[in-house]
Design a protein around this ligand. Structure first.
Ligand SMILES: Nc1nc2c(c(=O)[nH]1)N[C@H]1C(S)=C(S)[C@@H](COP(=O)(O)OP(=O)(O)OC[C@H]3O[C@@H](n4cnc5c(N)ncnc54)[C@H](O)[C@@H]3O)O[C@H]1N2
Ligand code: MOO
Length: 389
């Protein structure tokens, strides 16, 4: 058994960043800009009015002055002439400031009668946004996370498509003769496959494209056939069949198919029988079948792995320290990821931690992580936590 941190390092070492593709802006939210891009235009492209009012020359900016209104500049349609002394041009927010004007007087400070205005007061602001006040042609947006704000910036720069890392295709295979898909009628000894849907949701939220394959039966041929269907995926995730039972065939079938196993078994609970390796052009991660084990492993390993494939660092999930609201017994030799719930500023670990209990998982909003051989803890002791949502 290897420690969790080493297992994650080894998974990340197997992976590489996905190839770059260009996608329209509406598809890039939350993805990582793979290369710097440069602005294709200057913004604003001209000196623009910041207010609705009148564009005038500076020499006319005197209280009591009356000026003749000689034209209009609106957003999208400027005034072609010159603003000469004694004249003003009606102007609106976002419109080009005509040549000869150095300030905009807001309309609240003016009395208008027919084609002239009288200036009642002159404020400090010129109310003009100079050309290039926001950015200039050639300015660089550096690689990194594409936030909503950054999408607006890219759009304003007239960049319609951006380079991002292609979403990895993740093939997901549930294994076991006992399983049926939700909605099917299970036989007397069967249950409904559940964990794959949680892992699929985690994969999707991480920005990858999940591909759920048919449930693989507990036969060498059947499992091989389903594994074959995973061809073309960037990451293959199996669920179950990872342990030591007579019907746990994943390692054997994947090995026959050419899996170069990198490691098997991690010193964690739940999640011990985890395996990972390279299978052809893909990486394979074999998750344990117990629903909570698969869920925890998907958080602890798949999320960072997908983050790395999508251009991130692949760093472990961030942890924060919180006080326990209820005592805990000593931990055994594996790092323990315990289902827990926030209570005020603290956290309470559920008593029942069996890795089959989805009702307890559903009631949890946080995991408490305990180091191997962590001693007994009392209420108020600080523990490490990972939020689930
Ligand atoms: N003698 C030992 N037995 C077991 C060990 C061990 O070290 N020695 N490890 C235990 C641990 S820890 C785990 S975790 C499980 C993992 O076993 P597998 O990965 O082989 O998983 P399965 O046997 O296929 O299934 C375990 C359990 O989970 C249920 N399951 C499986 N897939 C699904 C699914 N898609 N949806 C819902 N439930 C699923 C399955 O029915 C079993 O109940 O092994 C322990 N045993
Ligand atoms: O590791 Mo198993 O995943 O304890 O239930």
């Amino acid at each position: 058994m290897i420690p969790v941190a080493e297992a994650l390092d080894r998974i990340c070492a197997l992976l590489s960043t996905m190839p770059v593709e260009h996608v329209p802006l509406r598809e890039c939210a939350g993805r990582i800009l793979a290369q710097p891009v440069s602005a294709r235009r200057t913004q604003p492209p001209f000196a623009a009015s910041a207010m609705d009012g009148y564009a005038i020359g500076e020499s006319d900016a005197q209280v009591g002055h009356s000026l003749r209104v000689v034209g209009e500049s609106q957003a999208g349609l400027g005034f072609n002439g010159e603003v000469s002394a004694g004249c003003a041009v009606r102007i609106f927010t976002g419109a080009p400031v005509p040549s000869g004007a150095q300030r905009v007087v807001i309309q609240e400070d003016v009395t208008r009668s027919l084609d002239s205005i009288t200036l009642n007061s002159i404020d400090q602001g010129l109310h003009i946004r100079p050309a290039g006040a926001d950015f200039s042609k050639g300015d660089i947006v550096s690689a990194g996370l594409i936030t909503p704000a950054r999408i607006a910036l890219l759009a304003a720069m007239n960049i319609a498509e951006v380079p991002v890392y292609r979403r990895p295709v993740v093939a997901l295979i549930a294994t076991g003769d006992e399983l049926v898909v939700p909605g099917e009628q299970p036989g007397p000894d069967q249950i409904v496959s559940s964990n794959i849907y949680a892992v699929t949701a985690i994969v999707q939220a991480a920005g990858a494209t999940p591909r759920i394959l048919p449930i693989a039966p507990d036969t060498l041929d059947g499992l091989r056939d389903v594994l074959d269907m995973a061809r073309g995926a960037d990451l293959i995730v199996t669920l179950g069949g990872a342990s030591v039972g007579d019907h746990d065939l994943v390692a054997q079938v994947a090995g026959d198919a050419g899996l170069a196993l990198d490691f098997y078994k991690v010193a964690m609970r739940p999640g011990k029988p985890l395996m990972a390796g390279r299978l052809g052009d893909a990486i394979m991660i074999g998750l344990p079948g117990n629903p909570v084990s698969a869920f925890v492993c998907a958080h602890v390993f798949l999320r960072p792995a997908l983050d790395r494939m999508l251009g991130g660092t692949g760093a472990p999930l961030p942890r924060s320290v919180m006080p326990l609201t209820k005592a805990l017994g000593p931990n055994a030799g594996r790092e323990h990821y315990m289902r827990a719930v926030r209570e005020g500023d603290g956290v309470r670990v559920y008593d029942r931690q069996d890795s089959s209990l989805l009702s307890v998982l559903d009631a949890s909003d946080i995991l408490v992580v305990r180091a191997p051989n962590d001693p007994a803890r009392i209420a108020g002791d600080m523990v490490e936590t990972i939020p689930l949502h």
